[in-house]
Write a protein that binds this ligand. Structure first.
Ligand code: AMP
Length: 425
């Protein structure tokens, strides 16, 4: 895991938590030698049976923080006991995979329940009484309404990436699922950020919780270098191609604000001979799974994703994350760049900033309470050209700074120039 040594007692290892030898073997098999801060603080509290509200993003090791003690208390053959609710199928798959690894050496079965795939295996898993279910709320409610998901016996409810679930409008579903559970349960809520809505959910769902914060929201993980490139809008794909040609840009995840933009970028990169795939909500689940597999297996170098994919992706070895468009939400920014530099690897996070993104970019920095280093590459930089195109027919002026000169260049007004150059300020 990435170094967060200031939070760690050097002598702490997993044996300090009183975990069973089987669990310690599973942890060792994963190569985890020292608990991460959220594990160090969370495991004893979860083991004590107390509710937890954890402020921790994906990438901090939170799955281990709740699942290790949850598995300790799971009875093999005792039916469904641990229910994890996640915002996306990708995160559900990831949490289930991690849980299976942590349950190594036991007969505990872990099922996933999410939409977009057939009901058969999910119904079987529920009928069989798999001990752990990792689900997205929509499909789970569907099965609950059909009387196929019996949740009364659930002892531990985990709400993973609660902020994202609320962003996706899952609050009513979360509450409905919770009503189907017994009162005598432990609730563990994890969220990268703690806006009022999540705070309210946490207060409503938990009893006397211990609040644990792995790192303050918006804090950078160590090992990730962050930069922002000044870029003219029409040069964005060229800048990306230029960066992809740099040494070390091996596995690159690119976030695009729009599906249309993502598709266009895929076409552009494919044309340039760069292996690339796209995931967004219009692509079928099977396509998304295949794309992620191909990317994580190194068969495809670049994966372009819209917001839908930004959480839950846990692919080892991503060298760089590119925000092709400035993310508007600091939580999104932190999540996205958290895809890189995972588990000890170093990584780079690059954000493309056009002149019209400047306001949003500065607002993002203000909210993150840190400044991101600016880079102005003369070939792509929007302030270097300092010209605007004049659209002769409509008369509308659009700032584009094309040096190609197909339209007559007009010098910028001083205040416009100042705004452009303030990328350096
Ligand atoms: P999570 O935040 O649970 O998604 O975990 C992020 C990544 O860190 C996963 O790939 C885990 O396998 C890995 N990880 C979790 N805990 C540790 C640890 N104590 N040491 C090393 N890697 C870890």
């Amino acid at each position: 895991m990435r170094a967060q040594s200031q939070d760690l007692d050097d002598t702490t290892d997993f044996s300090a938590f009183g975990l069973s030898p089987t669990r310690l073997d599973a942890v060792a098999a994963l190569g985890w030698t020292r608990p991460t801060p959220i594990q160090e603080r969370g495991i004893p509290v979860v083991a004590s049976g107390r509710d937890v509200v954890g402020i921790a993003r994906t990438g901090t090791g939170k799955t281990g923080a709740f699942m290790l003690p949850a598995l300790e208390r799971t009875r093999e053959g005792g039916g469904l006991q641990v229910l994890v609710l996640c915002p996306t199928r990708e995160l559900a798959q990831q949490v289930a995979e991690d849980t299976r690894a942590l349950a190594r050496g036991t007969a505990v079965r872990v099922a996933t329940v999410y939409g977009g795939v057939g009901y058969g295996p999910q119904l079987e898993a529920l009928a069989r009484g798999d001990e752990v279910v990792v689900a997205t709320p929509g499909r789970l409610i569907d099965l609950q309404n059909r009387g196929r998901a019996k949740l009364r016996q659930v002892r531990i409810l985990v709400l993973d990436e609660a902020d994202r679930m609320l962003d996706m409008g899952f609050r009513p579903q979360i509450e409905e699922v919770a009503r189907g559970l017994g009162r005598d349960r432990q609730t563990l809520l994890f969220s990268a950020t703690m806006p009022n809505a999540v705070h309210a959910l946490a207060l409503g769902m938990t009893k006397d919780p211990m609040w644990i914060e792995a790192s303050p929201p918006g804090t950078m993980a160590e090992g990730i270098s962050e930069v922002a490139y000044s870029v003219r809008p029409e040069r964005k794909s060229d800048l990306l191609a230029h960066l992809l040609a740099q040494p070390g840009w091996d596995q690159v995840l690119v976030f695009s604000r729009t599906k249309v933009g993502a598709n266009a970028l895929e076409a552009r990169l494919t044309k340039a001979g760069i292996s690339c795939d796209v995931i967004h909500s219009d692509r079928q689940m099977s396509h998304r799974t295949r794309a992620i597999d191909r990317f994580s297996g190194g068969k495809v170098r670049v994966l372009v994703a819209t917001d839908i994919a930004q959480r839950g992706l846990d692919i080892e070895g991503i060298s760089h994350v590119v925000n092709y468009d400035v993310p508007l939400d600091p939580g999104d920014y932190v999540h996205r760049i958290g895809r890189t530099g995972r588990a000890g690897a170093t990584g780079g996070a690059v954000t493309f900033v056009t002149a019209s993104d400047l306001g949003a970019f500065r607002a993002l920095e203000n909210q993150l309470e840190r400044r991101i280093e600016r880079i102005r590459h003369p070939e792509f930089d929007f302030s270097g050209g300092a010209v605007v195109k004049t659209k002769e027919r409509s008369g509308a002026r659009s700032r584009s700074a094309s040096r190609m000169g197909r339209h007559a260049g007009v010098r910028l007004a001083p205040e416009e120039l100042a705004e452009l150059l303030s990328f350096d300020s």
